[in-house]
Ligand binder design. Sequence first.
Ligand code: HEM
Length: 506
Amino acid sequence: MKKKIKLMLTACLVSGAAMMHGQTVMTTNGGAPVGDNQNSKTVGEYGSVLLEDIHLIEKLAAFDRERIPERVVHARGAGAFGYFETTADMSKYTRATLFSKKGKKTDLAVRFSTVIHGKGSPETARDPRGFAVKFYTEEGNYDIVGNNLPVFFIRDAIKFPDMVHSLKPSPETNKQDPNRFFDFFSHIPEATHMLTRVYSDYGIPQGYQYMNGSSVHGFKWVNAKGEVTYVKYTWVSKQGEKNLTAAQAQEQQGKDWQHATVSLRKDIANKQYPQWDLYVQMISPDKMHSFDFWPLDATKDWPEKLIPKVKIGTMTLNRNPVNYFEEVESIAFSPGSLVPGVEPSEDKLLQGRLFSYFDTQRHRVGPNFQQIRVNQPKKQPVNYNSDSWNSSRNSAFDNPDVNYQPSSKSKVTDKATYKLSETKLKNVTITQKKITKTNDFAQAGDFYRSLSKQDQDNLVSNLVGDLGQVTDKNIQKKMISYFYRADSDFGKRIAKALKFSMKDFR
Ligand code: HEM
C-alpha cells in the first residue's frame, strides 16, 4: 500500500497534476485546484452569480474564444500521422536528405480535405480532394501540398480568388450555384482539363485511403553540385483508387456524410494502416521546351509515356490524432515549406501559393503558428524573429542579450554550406501576359478517351446535371464548345443531352 501511494505521488510530481483516489484533480489554467465544477459561486443558493468566481469566468471566456477562422478553402478535413520510408537513393538529383538513403524513415503528418464548402460540410461533395503531407526532416519541415487530381483549373494565381468566389455559395443567396461557377469557367478555357476530371467519378473518391495524390506543380530538385532537375510527385494508393458514382454518393450522404473521416480513423484504429507509394517524374532543364505543353503550366499532366515515374518511397499512416483542434485544425501546410535540395519552380500558380499559405496562417492560426507543437520542426529554429502573440521561442541557442545579426557577441552564423541554386537569364523581358503554349484542350480529350464507356457515360451525366441548371444558354454553349474541342464525341453528347442541335453552334 505504502509503495502504491509513493508511486502515485511520484507520478503526480512528474506530471505536475494533483491526484486523489487515483483520479487527476481539475485545475484552473493557472494550475490551482478546482473544488466545484458544477455550481457557480452565488449570493445565497438562488443567486445572483458573483464575478469573483474566477474559475467560472475563465471557463466561459475560454469557451467564447474556442473557434479560430476556418481555412478559407479546404476547411473540411481529416488528419493522420505516420512515417515515410525511402526506397531509392536520389542524391544524384537532390541533396534533400529525406530522399538520399534507402531505408531512411521520416515522421510525417497528413491532412486530406475537400475544397469548397465549410468545416461541417458533407464528405460526399464533388470536389478535388486536398492531399497535404508534412515531412518532419532533420533539415526542417518539408510539405508537399497537393490534390488527388494531377492538374488544376487555372495556371496563374491572380485568378484564384475569383475562381473560389464563383465556386463558393453566392454572397446574395448563400447557395452554391452552377450559374455562377460556369459563368466564370466559360471565360477560362484552360479549366477544361480539370473540369473533365472533376466531373468524372474521380471527383468523389470513396474515401481518403482510396485516392492518389499529386503535387500538381513541378518543383526544382537541386543536387550537391547545384544542378537542377524539374520534378513532379505522385502518391499511388496501395488500397487502390475507388470512387463513388453520383448515385452512390447520394445514397452515402443519406446514411453518413462524414464517412471519409470515419473510415480513415477506423482503418488506422484497426491497424489496417493505409499506404501510398511516392513516385517522381523528372525533366532536365534543357528538355523543358520539348513538349507540346509547358510542363510548369498547372493545367497539364506530365504523361507517363513521355516522362516515366520512378518510385522513391512509401508512406504509412499509423496514428490517429488524439486532439483534432491541436493536431489537425492547427496544422499549417505550405508549398513554401521547403528543405535544402528542393526549390520552387517558376510555375505562376505555385509562385502565388508561396505567399498565400504562410500569409493566411498568420491570420488563421496566429503569427507564431510555427511554434504550435504539430508545426514545430524537429530541429529548433535558430533566428532572431521575435515576440508577438503566444511567442514561446527558446533563445537558449545564443547570448540572451543578443537578438540581432551580425554581432560580435553572437554565436550564430548564416554561413550554412547550402546555397540556393542560381539561374542565368538572358534577353528576359518583364511582362504580364498569358503563356504562348496554352494547348488548353488536348489533355482533356486524352483523359476522356482513356475512360471506359461506363465512366464516360457517368462523366457526361454528372456534367449535364450541373450544366443543365445554368439558365444562360450562351454560357452552356461556350462550355460545350470547350468540351467539343477536347473531344468531339464528348461535346456532342453534352450538347444532345442539353437539347442543343449542331446548328445552334454555327
Ligand atoms: C494560387 C492558387 C492557390 C491559392 C492562392 C491557394 C490558397 C490556399 C489557402 C489560403 C489555403 C488555406 C491554408 C490554411 O488555412 O492553412 C489552402 C489550402 C490548401 N490548398 Fe490551396 N491554393 C491554391 C491552389 C492550390 C493547388 C493548385 C493545390 C493542389 C496542388 C492546393 C492544395 C491545397 C491543400 C491540400 C490545402 C489544404 C491544406 C491543409 O490540409 O491544411 N491549393 N490553399
